[in-house]
Design a protein around this ligand. Structure first.
Ligand SMILES: *Cc1c(COP(=O)(O)O)cnc(C)c1O
Length: 347
């Protein structure tokens, strides 16, 4: 199979239409068998639940060409389980885990020429999502849904080294107390867009959202979880039920504890403690971990010891280990890597 002729290192992070996507429909109380299609358009009734009351959830994961030439994904079972949790929280029918994994395999296999080669830093981003297709006008969950899994190649997140980010403490909330902040739903992003644009216009890379009840504890950014390193090399990450549980963060904590022997604590983190930390990073599938150099709280600058030039030493180690596990240069914990296509099947 010929690879697409692309400048993989410079493709950026945007949507590109690839060859095939997987679609399954939920009707009459059950999911159909699902199929691959070349049709990149979705045709919907004008009253579809997604259009009226925003009933939608999604996931994000990547497929990589590993060092040995095989094509792998990283912990897709956790994405499948999280999507089932999101579905329950949004009164949608969970898409079964086995079917989810099967859809991942099918989409990657059908788009193999779009999987970036090893060593480019690029990967194939997979976006599973599900939305209400059945018509609703009175407020209620829809009776019909579509699950779709699309893919698009994405470039390396850090080209020419990671540049530490500058965040601002937001005046807006990302999630309501006891709301949907822990679910991976588009609606959480819709309501954070205004905060995001406001922060960007003011020259910041991202928002630091605080807890929506007291505005004294650190939550997350619009799309990534915080991880802090203390001056004694302990890892601390915020605990809150309005944070979206990041798979990258969970994996990072495991690696910190079991590969580096560091102490790991998940607990509420006060905004006022930030000056006590040496390093700060943002965890998510897109960048794995992005270093944060500075947080600005209404004009007051909080600078981390790691500075504005490069990743701090502990975050760099975590980044190297996790990307090594994903690309097959570091031994992975049992069950973390799902091999989709063996190197012997690629020619
Ligand atoms: C997806 C997401 C993350 C990161 O989760 P990963 O599983 O690591 O990609 C963090 N915060 C929010 C709000 C998200 O939607």
């Amino acid at each position: 199979m010929e690879k697409k002729n692309m400048d993989w290192e410079n493709i950026g992070f945007g949507y590109r239409k690839t060859d095939k996507r997987y679609v399954s429909e939920y009707k009459g109380g059950r999911w159909d068998k699902g199929l691959l299609t070349s049709d990149a358009n979705v045709v919907l009734n004008e009253c579809a639940g997604i259009l009226q009351y925003c009933q939608e959830i999604f996931e994000g994961l990547k497929a990589y060409t590993a060092k040995d030439g095989s094509i792998v994904t990283f912990r897709p079972d956790l994405n499948a389980e999280r999507m089932m949790d999101s579905a329950r929280g949004m009164e949608m029918p969970p898409f079964p885990k086995e079917k989810f994994l099967e859809a991942v395999d099918q989409v990657v296999t059908a788009n193999i020429s779009w999987v970036p080669p090893y060593g480019t830093g690029a990967s194939l981003y997979l976006r599973p999502y599900m939305f209400a297709t059945g018509p609703v006008i009175g407020v209620k969950p829809s009776d019909e849904y579509q699950f779709r899994l699309i893919c698009t190649p994405v470039g390396p997140y850090f080209k020419g080294g990671a540049r530490p980010l500058t965040l601002c403490v937001s005046d807006y909330d990302r999630a309501a107390p006891r709301g949907t902040g822990h679910l991976k739903a588009g609606l959480n992003y819709a309501m954070s867009l205004h905060a995001y644009v406001t922060a960007h216009d003011a020259g910041f890379d991202e928002n630091m959202f605080l807890d929506p009840v007291t505005h004294t504890y650190v939550e997350e950014t619009g799309g990534a979880n915080f991880l802090f390193v203390t001056k004694d090399n302990e890892i601390v990450t915020p605990e809150s039920n309005t944070i979206l549980p990041s798979i990258t963060r969970r994996s990072m904590l495991y690696v910190a504890e079991h590969y580096l022997g560091l102490k790991v604590t998940e607990r509420p983190v006060r905004l006022s403690e930030l000056p006590d930390f040496a390093e700060c990073g943002l965890c998510g599938t897109a960048a794995v971990i992005s270093p944060v150099g500075k947080v600005v709280d209404h004009g007051k600058e909080i600078c981390f010891a790691s500075g504005m030039e490069k990743m701090g030493p502990v975050i760099q180690q975590l980044y190297d280990l996790l990307t090594g596990i994903q690309l097959g240069t570091t031994e992975a914990p049992e069950g973390w890597i799902r091999k989709i296509i063996d190197k012997d099947q690629i020619f």
